[in-house]
Design a binder for this molecule. Sequence first.
Ligand SMILES: [Ca+2]
Length: 294
Amino acid sequence: MLYQKLNCYFSSNNQQALYSIFKGYFPIFKFSINNEILTIAEILLLCLIFSACADNSPNNPKDPDGSELSFEVVRSFPHDTLAFTQGLLVHNGFFYESTGKYGFSSLRKVQINTGEVLQKHDLAPGIFAEGLAFANEKFIQLSWRSQTGFVYQEDNFAVLSTFQYNREGWGLTFDGQDLIMSDGSDSLFYWDSESFSEKRAVAITSSGEPVFRLNELEYINGQIWANIWKSDSIAIINPDEGTVVSWLNLQGILSENESTFSADVLNGIAWDAVNNAIFVTGKYWPKVYQITIF
Ligand SMILES: [Ca+2]
């Protein structure tokens, strides 16, 4: 019975409505959904479910003081639906992609127009690959909890060296001088691009509030673009101030048909500096989208 009562709310992804029920009825200890009175046991269960959902709810931040940007899809390209995208970049006219999951982690060179994987390096099954950057003629790839980074030769993906760091690895990009990495917190970390030693941490805020779950990164035209994990939002960050100057909301970029694949969350931003083209994709998404923003 309770499942039926709740199903209509969760199936429509209506956690806000659920919250409003609590907000509106809690003070007088009378709970009802669709005019059905809930028992005390049901209410307690509802509290547990709600608190769990609230903790893991998708985070689509808004910046009331900043601009919220819209997007238009210019073109779309095929993307391997078995690629759990953790990092994406454009180099010399090709996508380079880092895919995660234990046993499925890889570094790939991908034909942009066809999505064909031209070259692939598989990581050991115990490594969950994460962010990817190209710096000093080498590819640098992070891992999630192994605290190990991998340095690859550009042409053949030969592992030139590995290095250690002392936090989780999430996103990675290169600003022309330093590597910039995320660990899922509200800070970005600047690393020396040769020694990989940490030079400084920058706390990222939006309207004075910390911005958590910073994930895949891309340095674009002097700004840092950061996926917010489990959301459709990208924070566009002024690196000097550590402030979000605008939010890009990509809600709806996957059509309903495309969403029926086992598509996971948005997680892939790449910039083709030569053609000033911006690409986005997600984990197991069937497409990579070239977008313009306005
Ligand atoms: Ca990227």
